[in-house]
Design a protein around this ligand. Structure first.
Ligand code: DP6
Length: 347
Protein backbone atom coordinates (compact mmCIF):
# COMPACT_ATOMS: atom_id res chain seq x y z
CA UNK A 1 0.00 0.00 0.00
CA UNK A 2 0.90 3.66 -0.38
CA UNK A 3 -0.58 6.55 1.57
CA UNK A 4 -0.38 9.91 -0.18
CA UNK A 5 -1.02 13.50 0.87
CA UNK A 6 -0.75 16.58 -1.36
CA UNK A 7 -0.61 20.16 -0.13
CA UNK A 8 -0.21 23.55 -1.77
CA UNK A 9 1.35 26.53 -0.03
CA UNK A 10 1.83 30.10 -1.26
CA UNK A 11 4.96 32.10 -0.73
CA UNK A 12 5.10 35.19 1.46
CA UNK A 13 6.75 38.56 0.98
CA UNK A 14 8.27 40.32 3.96
CA UNK A 15 7.38 43.97 4.46
CA UNK A 16 9.55 44.09 7.59
CA UNK A 17 12.53 41.93 6.72
CA UNK A 18 14.17 39.03 8.51
CA UNK A 19 17.92 39.38 8.01
CA UNK A 20 20.29 37.78 10.50
CA UNK A 21 20.24 34.78 12.81
CA UNK A 22 21.20 34.52 16.45
CA UNK A 23 21.24 30.70 16.17
CA UNK A 24 22.11 29.12 12.83
CA UNK A 25 21.03 25.57 13.61
CA UNK A 26 17.64 26.29 15.11
CA UNK A 27 17.19 29.28 12.75
CA UNK A 28 16.41 31.93 15.33
CA UNK A 29 16.31 35.50 14.01
CA UNK A 30 17.75 38.71 15.43
CA UNK A 31 14.46 40.58 14.93
CA UNK A 32 10.73 40.09 14.41
CA UNK A 33 9.48 40.27 10.82
CA UNK A 34 6.12 40.84 9.13
CA UNK A 35 4.95 39.49 5.79
CA UNK A 36 2.01 39.21 3.48
CA UNK A 37 1.11 35.77 2.16
CA UNK A 38 0.25 35.72 -1.51
CA UNK A 39 -2.88 34.36 -3.07
CA UNK A 40 -2.49 30.53 -3.16
CA UNK A 41 -3.08 30.35 -6.92
CA UNK A 42 0.02 32.27 -7.83
CA UNK A 43 3.54 31.77 -6.51
CA UNK A 44 3.22 28.49 -4.70
CA UNK A 45 4.73 25.12 -4.02
CA UNK A 46 2.84 21.86 -4.41
CA UNK A 47 4.20 18.93 -2.44
CA UNK A 48 3.11 15.32 -2.42
CA UNK A 49 4.37 13.10 0.38
CA UNK A 50 3.99 9.34 0.33
CA UNK A 51 4.64 6.56 2.79
CA UNK A 52 4.81 2.85 1.99
CA UNK A 53 6.39 -0.21 3.61
CA UNK A 54 8.05 -0.74 0.21
CA UNK A 55 10.21 2.39 0.57
CA UNK A 56 13.70 1.59 1.84
CA UNK A 57 14.83 5.17 2.60
CA UNK A 58 13.58 8.74 2.68
CA UNK A 59 13.88 10.39 -0.76
CA UNK A 60 12.95 13.76 -2.21
CA UNK A 61 12.54 15.26 -5.68
CA UNK A 62 12.52 19.03 -6.18
CA UNK A 63 11.09 20.15 -9.53
CA UNK A 64 11.65 16.63 -10.86
CA UNK A 65 15.28 16.29 -9.77
CA UNK A 66 16.28 14.11 -6.85
CA UNK A 67 18.02 16.02 -4.06
CA UNK A 68 20.02 14.70 -1.13
CA UNK A 69 18.32 14.54 2.25
CA UNK A 70 21.49 13.78 4.16
CA UNK A 71 21.93 16.08 7.15
CA UNK A 72 20.63 19.59 7.22
CA UNK A 73 17.31 21.31 7.10
CA UNK A 74 15.09 18.70 5.44
CA UNK A 75 16.18 16.15 8.05
CA UNK A 76 15.44 18.59 10.87
CA UNK A 77 11.88 19.08 9.64
CA UNK A 78 11.35 15.36 9.04
CA UNK A 79 12.69 14.48 12.49
CA UNK A 80 10.49 17.04 14.25
CA UNK A 81 7.35 15.87 12.43
CA UNK A 82 8.15 12.15 12.90
CA UNK A 83 8.53 12.73 16.64
CA UNK A 84 4.94 13.96 16.74
CA UNK A 85 3.36 11.34 14.45
CA UNK A 86 0.23 9.61 15.76
CA UNK A 87 -1.92 6.62 14.75
CA UNK A 88 -3.36 6.69 11.24
CA UNK A 89 -6.25 4.61 9.98
CA UNK A 90 -7.62 4.70 6.44
CA UNK A 91 -10.41 2.12 6.42
CA UNK A 92 -11.17 2.59 2.72
CA UNK A 93 -7.65 1.61 1.71
CA UNK A 94 -7.15 -0.82 4.56
CA UNK A 95 -4.18 1.14 5.91
CA UNK A 96 -3.40 1.12 9.61
CA UNK A 97 -0.23 2.72 10.94
CA UNK A 98 0.42 2.76 14.68
CA UNK A 99 2.27 5.67 16.29
CA UNK A 100 5.35 3.52 16.88
CA UNK A 101 5.48 2.27 13.28
CA UNK A 102 6.48 5.67 11.93
CA UNK A 103 10.11 5.43 12.99
CA UNK A 104 10.56 2.39 10.70
CA UNK A 105 8.65 3.78 7.73
CA UNK A 106 10.22 5.92 5.00
CA UNK A 107 8.74 8.73 2.97
CA UNK A 108 9.05 9.90 -0.61
CA UNK A 109 8.55 13.61 -1.23
CA UNK A 110 7.92 15.35 -4.57
CA UNK A 111 7.84 19.14 -4.56
CA UNK A 112 7.21 21.60 -7.41
CA UNK A 113 7.48 25.37 -7.51
CA UNK A 114 5.48 27.26 -10.12
CA UNK A 115 8.16 29.99 -10.10
CA UNK A 116 11.97 30.11 -10.35
CA UNK A 117 13.81 28.51 -7.45
CA UNK A 118 16.33 30.72 -5.64
CA UNK A 119 15.71 33.79 -7.80
CA UNK A 120 14.91 35.84 -4.73
CA UNK A 121 11.23 34.99 -4.94
CA UNK A 122 11.17 33.24 -1.59
CA UNK A 123 10.79 29.74 -2.95
CA UNK A 124 12.24 28.19 0.22
CA UNK A 125 9.47 29.84 2.23
CA UNK A 126 6.68 28.12 0.34
CA UNK A 127 8.74 24.93 0.00
CA UNK A 128 9.41 24.22 3.66
CA UNK A 129 5.99 25.41 4.81
CA UNK A 130 4.37 23.03 2.33
CA UNK A 131 6.67 20.14 3.26
CA UNK A 132 5.96 20.48 6.97
CA UNK A 133 2.23 20.88 6.42
CA UNK A 134 2.02 17.85 4.09
CA UNK A 135 4.12 15.63 6.39
CA UNK A 136 2.03 16.69 9.39
CA UNK A 137 -1.13 15.61 7.54
CA UNK A 138 0.46 12.35 6.39
CA UNK A 139 1.53 11.44 9.91
CA UNK A 140 -1.59 12.78 11.60
CA UNK A 141 0.34 15.29 13.70
CA UNK A 142 -2.07 17.10 15.99
CA UNK A 143 -0.13 20.30 16.61
CA UNK A 144 -1.59 23.73 15.81
CA UNK A 145 -0.26 26.01 13.06
CA UNK A 146 1.93 27.92 15.53
CA UNK A 147 3.83 24.76 16.44
CA UNK A 148 4.03 23.70 12.78
CA UNK A 149 5.38 27.16 11.95
CA UNK A 150 8.22 26.67 14.42
CA UNK A 151 9.08 23.37 12.70
CA UNK A 152 8.94 24.98 9.23
CA UNK A 153 11.24 27.69 10.62
CA UNK A 154 13.92 25.04 11.05
CA UNK A 155 13.76 24.40 7.30
CA UNK A 156 13.99 28.06 6.31
CA UNK A 157 13.29 31.03 8.55
CA UNK A 158 10.85 32.77 6.23
CA UNK A 159 8.88 29.51 5.80
CA UNK A 160 7.30 29.86 9.23
CA UNK A 161 5.30 32.82 7.93
CA UNK A 162 3.73 30.81 5.05
CA UNK A 163 1.68 28.60 7.39
CA UNK A 164 -0.90 31.38 7.58
CA UNK A 165 -2.64 33.51 4.98
CA UNK A 166 -3.07 37.28 5.20
CA UNK A 167 -0.61 39.32 7.26
CA UNK A 168 1.74 37.36 9.47
CA UNK A 169 4.30 38.20 12.13
CA UNK A 170 7.25 35.97 12.96
CA UNK A 171 7.93 36.61 16.63
CA UNK A 172 11.67 36.25 17.20
CA UNK A 173 11.18 34.84 20.72
CA UNK A 174 13.65 34.74 23.60
CA UNK A 175 14.05 31.08 24.50
CA UNK A 176 17.33 29.39 23.64
CA UNK A 177 15.55 26.26 22.41
CA UNK A 178 13.50 28.33 19.95
CA UNK A 179 10.16 27.17 21.37
CA UNK A 180 8.75 30.73 21.33
CA UNK A 181 10.09 31.68 17.88
CA UNK A 182 7.00 31.19 15.74
CA UNK A 183 4.49 32.82 13.42
CA UNK A 184 1.18 34.40 14.37
CA UNK A 185 -1.51 35.74 12.05
CA UNK A 186 -2.05 39.50 12.34
CA UNK A 187 -5.01 39.70 9.95
CA UNK A 188 -6.59 37.11 7.67
CA UNK A 189 -6.68 37.15 3.87
CA UNK A 190 -10.06 38.92 3.73
CA UNK A 191 -8.72 41.93 5.63
CA UNK A 192 -7.46 44.62 3.24
CA UNK A 193 -8.26 42.72 0.07
CA UNK A 194 -8.03 45.84 -2.13
CA UNK A 195 -4.26 45.46 -2.26
CA UNK A 196 -2.82 44.11 -5.51
CA UNK A 197 0.63 42.60 -5.66
CA UNK A 198 2.62 42.72 -8.84
CA UNK A 199 6.01 41.11 -9.26
CA UNK A 200 8.38 42.56 -11.79
CA UNK A 201 10.65 39.68 -12.68
CA UNK A 202 13.91 41.45 -13.41
CA UNK A 203 15.88 38.25 -13.62
CA UNK A 204 14.98 34.63 -13.01
CA UNK A 205 18.64 33.66 -12.72
CA UNK A 206 19.75 31.96 -9.52
CA UNK A 207 21.01 34.57 -7.06
CA UNK A 208 24.75 34.78 -6.46
CA UNK A 209 24.68 35.00 -2.67
CA UNK A 210 22.09 32.87 -0.93
CA UNK A 211 20.07 34.45 1.88
CA UNK A 212 21.63 32.01 4.33
CA UNK A 213 25.24 32.92 3.60
CA UNK A 214 24.44 36.60 2.96
CA UNK A 215 22.83 37.07 6.35
CA UNK A 216 25.65 35.18 8.06
CA UNK A 217 28.17 37.61 6.55
CA UNK A 218 25.99 40.58 7.54
CA UNK A 219 25.75 39.36 11.15
CA UNK A 220 29.53 38.97 11.26
CA UNK A 221 30.48 42.28 9.68
CA UNK A 222 27.67 44.88 9.63
CA UNK A 223 27.36 47.32 12.50
CA UNK A 224 24.24 48.71 10.88
CA UNK A 225 22.56 45.31 11.33
CA UNK A 226 22.91 45.52 15.11
CA UNK A 227 21.45 49.00 15.14
CA UNK A 228 18.58 47.90 12.93
CA UNK A 229 17.74 44.81 14.99
CA UNK A 230 17.88 46.58 18.33
CA UNK A 231 16.71 50.11 17.64
CA UNK A 232 14.78 50.25 14.37
CA UNK A 233 12.79 47.06 13.89
CA UNK A 234 11.08 46.89 17.30
CA UNK A 235 9.49 50.33 16.68
CA UNK A 236 8.79 49.63 13.02
CA UNK A 237 6.97 46.39 13.82
CA UNK A 238 4.56 48.23 16.12
CA UNK A 239 3.94 50.91 13.46
CA UNK A 240 3.45 48.30 10.75
CA UNK A 241 0.94 46.35 12.83
CA UNK A 242 -0.99 49.57 13.36
CA UNK A 243 -0.89 50.43 9.63
CA UNK A 244 -2.17 46.96 8.71
CA UNK A 245 -4.92 47.06 11.30
CA UNK A 246 -6.13 50.46 10.07
CA UNK A 247 -5.52 49.74 6.37
CA UNK A 248 -3.43 52.90 6.37
CA UNK A 249 -1.75 52.66 2.98
CA UNK A 250 0.52 55.76 3.23
CA UNK A 251 2.09 54.43 6.47
CA UNK A 252 2.19 50.87 5.15
CA UNK A 253 3.94 52.00 1.96
CA UNK A 254 6.48 54.24 3.63
CA UNK A 255 7.40 51.56 6.21
CA UNK A 256 7.63 48.84 3.55
CA UNK A 257 9.87 50.87 1.23
CA UNK A 258 12.05 52.12 4.10
CA UNK A 259 12.53 48.63 5.44
CA UNK A 260 13.46 47.19 2.05
CA UNK A 261 15.96 50.01 1.53
CA UNK A 262 17.45 49.47 4.98
CA UNK A 263 17.84 45.75 4.35
CA UNK A 264 19.75 46.51 1.12
CA UNK A 265 21.79 49.15 2.98
CA UNK A 266 22.85 46.40 5.38
CA UNK A 267 23.85 44.26 2.43
CA UNK A 268 26.10 47.15 1.27
CA UNK A 269 27.39 47.53 4.83
CA UNK A 270 28.46 43.87 4.79
CA UNK A 271 32.06 43.02 4.07
CA UNK A 272 32.49 42.13 1.26
CA UNK A 273 29.34 44.05 0.19
CA UNK A 274 26.41 42.14 -1.26
CA UNK A 275 24.50 43.55 -4.24
CA UNK A 276 21.10 42.00 -4.71
CA UNK A 277 19.51 44.81 -6.69
CA UNK A 278 20.66 45.83 -10.17
CA UNK A 279 20.18 48.92 -12.37
CA UNK A 280 16.69 47.80 -13.38
CA UNK A 281 15.71 47.41 -9.70
CA UNK A 282 17.01 50.92 -8.99
CA UNK A 283 15.10 52.32 -11.95
CA UNK A 284 11.87 50.73 -10.65
CA UNK A 285 12.46 52.35 -7.25
CA UNK A 286 12.84 55.77 -8.78
CA UNK A 287 9.77 55.35 -11.01
CA UNK A 288 7.66 54.47 -7.96
CA UNK A 289 9.19 57.16 -5.74
CA UNK A 290 8.59 59.88 -8.37
CA UNK A 291 5.04 58.77 -9.01
CA UNK A 292 4.15 58.56 -5.30
CA UNK A 293 5.59 62.03 -4.77
CA UNK A 294 3.70 63.47 -7.74
CA UNK A 295 0.41 62.01 -6.49
CA UNK A 296 0.94 63.49 -3.02
CA UNK A 297 -0.16 60.22 -1.46
CA UNK A 298 1.56 56.86 -2.14
CA UNK A 299 -0.06 54.58 -4.72
CA UNK A 300 2.47 51.77 -4.63
CA UNK A 301 4.99 50.26 -2.20
CA UNK A 302 8.08 48.39 -3.38
CA UNK A 303 10.12 45.76 -1.65
CA UNK A 304 13.08 43.64 -2.81
CA UNK A 305 14.36 40.43 -1.24
CA UNK A 306 17.66 38.69 -1.87
CA UNK A 307 17.51 39.27 -5.62
CA UNK A 308 16.75 42.00 -8.19
CA UNK A 309 13.03 41.26 -8.65
CA UNK A 310 10.62 43.94 -7.48
CA UNK A 311 7.56 43.13 -5.44
CA UNK A 312 5.16 46.03 -5.93
CA UNK A 313 2.13 46.38 -3.69
CA UNK A 314 -0.51 48.65 -5.17
CA UNK A 315 -3.19 50.39 -3.15
CA UNK A 316 -5.96 49.01 -5.40
CA UNK A 317 -6.71 47.72 -8.91
CA UNK A 318 -6.67 51.19 -10.42
CA UNK A 319 -3.19 51.91 -9.02
CA UNK A 320 -2.01 48.47 -10.17
CA UNK A 321 -3.11 49.01 -13.75
CA UNK A 322 -1.56 52.49 -13.77
CA UNK A 323 1.66 50.95 -12.41
CA UNK A 324 1.69 48.31 -15.12
CA UNK A 325 1.22 51.02 -17.76
CA UNK A 326 4.17 52.94 -16.36
CA UNK A 327 6.40 49.87 -16.24
CA UNK A 328 5.51 49.02 -19.83
CA UNK A 329 6.30 52.59 -20.84
CA UNK A 330 9.75 52.59 -19.20
CA UNK A 331 10.53 48.97 -20.07
CA UNK A 332 8.84 48.37 -23.42
CA UNK A 333 8.66 44.72 -24.41
CA UNK A 334 11.37 43.72 -26.85
CA UNK A 335 13.50 46.81 -26.19
CA UNK A 336 16.38 44.87 -24.72
CA UNK A 337 15.57 45.39 -21.05
CA UNK A 338 15.29 42.13 -19.20
CA UNK A 339 12.15 43.15 -17.35
CA UNK A 340 9.32 40.74 -17.77
CA UNK A 341 6.57 41.87 -15.45
CA UNK A 342 3.34 40.18 -14.68
CA UNK A 343 0.48 40.77 -12.32
CA UNK A 344 0.16 37.98 -9.87
CA UNK A 345 -3.21 39.14 -8.63
CA UNK A 346 -4.60 39.86 -5.25
CA UNK A 347 -2.94 39.52 -1.92
C1 DP6 B 1 15.44 38.69 2.34
O1 DP6 B 1 14.29 32.48 5.00
O2 DP6 B 1 15.55 32.34 2.81
O3 DP6 B 1 13.68 37.12 2.02
O4 DP6 B 1 16.41 31.12 7.11
O5 DP6 B 1 18.60 30.98 5.93
O6 DP6 B 1 16.58 29.89 4.94
P1 DP6 B 1 17.11 31.04 5.79
O7 DP6 B 1 16.81 32.36 4.99
P2 DP6 B 1 15.49 32.82 4.22
O8 DP6 B 1 15.72 34.40 4.24
C2 DP6 B 1 14.77 35.30 3.75
C3 DP6 B 1 15.33 36.66 3.71
C4 DP6 B 1 14.49 37.69 3.02
C5 DP6 B 1 13.65 38.49 4.01
C6 DP6 B 1 12.43 37.82 4.56
O9 DP6 B 1 11.81 36.98 3.89
O10 DP6 B 1 12.06 38.20 5.69
Amino acid sequence: WVRLVTAQTPTNIAVIKYWGKRDETLILPVNDSISVTLDPNHLCTTTTVAVSPAFDRDRMWLNGKEISLVGGRYQNCLREIRKRATDVEDKEKGIKIAKNDWENLHVHIASHNNFPTAAGLASSAAGFACLVFALAKLMNVREDEGKLSSIARQGSGSACRSLYGGFVKWIMGNNEDGSDSLAVQLADEKHWDDLVILIAVVSSRQKETSSTSGMRESVETSLLLKHRAQEIVPKRVVQMEEAIKNKDFPSFASLTCADSNQFHAICLDTSPPIFYMNDTSHKIISIVEKWNRAEGTPQVAYTFDAGPNAVLIAHDRKAASELLKRLLFYFPPGAGTDLNSYVIGDK
